[in-house]
Design a protein around this ligand. Structure first.
Ligand code: FFO
Ligand code: GTP
Ligand code: MG
Length: 458
């Protein structure tokens, strides 16, 4: 039964100004009226009005709290059911007492995410929008928030629906030709299917491309700071982290272990890895450190390759340049405050000018240039646009891939002159996979699993 009446505390537990209990379901207003005492009964209140009063235990008439109650009637509420929200004084005890009273008077405690689940089941939002609500709550950076906000407003849903619409049209077109297989329509149909399938595949691929950025928004760009000992790698970490996170000394080989730090560069989250300077060494501890540096290097999305501008390039450094020229690398020539001996031309032969940044970490110079270089890599030439949809949910990514694969199969099938009703099956599969993203034809267990990730009261 979906319409039984549920309640939960919707604000975080702890001391606070006010705390809100949300009640939703057919019996929400009556249930609230059992414990709420104001000038009028909430049953007589107009929708979207707020009422002052007291929550009392109806048996003993003892006051539990002084409150404000908001009434929102179906379908004009978040859940599209009757909703009453009771704002209590903050703090744990009074809210808990109000909630307990409600639970004694015909209301059931909501499961985590159940309000949002009802908003989904009642058609206010689709599944990808509901999932975006989780992302919104968990967003740790401005950009992650923006992406989640956009998705919660339906930006991804819109694109998925448009794609599905095109596939339905294609299926209808094919259907007609199955029913009326006249003269040479089959030849034409095959060509038509191919065009439509490639168009759809291309759009799915575009969405999948945004997944890389989506992952970065959530987890941060794994960024390894690499270079020979003593060039200023730890100084760079400290500058970007704006604190003295790593030990800096003039002794080469200071950093022995990989140091991790999350930093935010103009809204782009980086997971910085400061590493031991890479060199041949007989010191066992340092050897292990160098080995770890190499592992960090292997898994990095972005490499900050640091040189000391006051030294000329060593053979080791020349090798690093060779190895890293095809990776996402930003070259940092540090110690600009000293007399420069580095062979700039050599660096410029391997890396484009916008990927070479001159800095003095001692004098805090060149930081803006570095920030710009990072931003240009992150957006890889794309202009930021407000209607850019990022796909960041692993479930969505998997379904987009499946859908694209089905379309590929359809495409290949037409080339091999497979009967057209077989091709139709592949297209239908593609359409269904897309549907699962927005919650069409998904099973109860999946829905339960998604909403259970929410916090209580959401
Ligand atoms: N107090 C409170 N704040 C909240 C929520 C809530 O449920 N309660 N929300 C929960 O996540 C979010 C807001 N989401 C909401 C979405 C729709 C409606 C709603 O009642 N819509 C009606 C009325 C529109 C109107 O009057 O014009 C509708 O669309 O029909 C309310 C909240 C964030 N803030
Ligand atoms: N003159 C000058 N010295 C700097 C600059 N940046 C860092 N240094 C100095 O260079 C030395 C080494 O700096 P670190 O940041 O520890 O270098 P590192 O690359 O982490 O060194 P290891 O951990 O040993 O590999 C320290 O004495 C810093 O103060 C700079 O821009 N100019
Ligand atoms: Mg160091």
């Amino acid at each position: 039964m979906i319409n039984d009446t549920i309640a939960a505390i919707s604000t975080p537990v702890g001391e606070g100004g006010i705390a809100v209990i949300r009640i939703s379901g057919d019996d929400a207003v009556q249930a609230a009226d059992r414990v709420f005492f104001g000038k009028i009964k909430l049953a007589e209140a107009a929708t979207h009005t707020v009422h002052y009063g007291f929550v009392k235990d109806p048996q003993t008439q003892i006051r539990v709290d002084e409150v404000l109650a908001t009434v929102m009637r179906a379908p004009r509420s978040f859940t599209m059911e009757d909703v009453v929200e009771i704002s209590c004084h903050g703090g744990f005890i009074s809210v808990k007492k109000v909630l307990d009273l409600l639970l004694e008077h015909g209301v059931r405690l909501a499961e985590p995410g159940e309000f949002t689940k009802r908003a989904f089941l009642n058609g206010r939002i689709d599944l990808s929008q509901a999932e975006a609500v989780i992302d919104l709550i968990r967003a740790k950076s401005d950009r992650a928030y923006q992406v989640a906000m956009m998705q919660s407003e339906g930006s991804l849903s819109k694109q998925i629906k448009a794609l599905r619409h095109d596939l339905v049209e294609l299926m209808a077109h094919i259907e007609v030709n199955i029913d009326y297989p006249e003269h040479d329509v089959e030849e034409m149909t095959n060509a038509y299917i191919k065009t439509k399938c490639s168009a759809a595949m291309e759009r799915i691929e575009q969405l999948l491309n945004t997944a890389r950025q989506g992952k970065i928004l959530r987890e941060g760009i794994v960024t390894a700071i690499i270079g020979k000992p003593n060039v200023g790698k730890s100084s760079l970490l400290n500058t970007l982290a704006q604190e003295n996170r790593a030990i800096v000394t003039d002794i080469p080989g200071t950093t022995r272990d990989v140091i991790e730090e999350y930093v935010n560069v103009n809204g782009i989250p980086l997971k910085l890895l400061d590493t031991a300077g890479i060199r041949e060494t007989s010191d066992l501890v340092e050897q292990i450190g160098v080995e770890k540096s190499k592992n960090a290097l292997a898994e990095a999305d972005l490499i900050l390759l640091v040189f000391n501008g006051a030294d000329s390039l060593t053979p080791d450094e020349q090798t690093m340049i060779e190895q890293l020229k095809d990776r996402q690398t930003i070259v940092i020539v540090n110690k600009l405050d000293l007399e420069q001996r580095i062979e700039k031309e050599k660096l410029q032969a391997y890396f484009p000018a916008e990927r070479i940044v001159f800095m003095s970490l001692l004098e805090q110079q060149g930081i803006t240039d570095l920030e710009k270089a990072i931003a240009s890599i992150f957006f890889s030439g794309h202009v930021e646009s407000s209607d850019l949809t990022y796909v960041s949910n692993v479930r969505h990514i998997a379904l987009l891939k499946k859908s694209k694969q089905s379309l590929e199969e359809a495409y290949l099938a037409t080339e091999q002159f497979v009967p057209i009703d077989m091709v139709q099956i592949d297209i239908r599969n593609a359409w269904e996979h897309l549907g699962e993203i927005i919650g069409d034809s998904v099973g109860d267990s999946l829905i339960d699993q998604i909403f259970s990730q929410f916090c209580l009261g959401k």
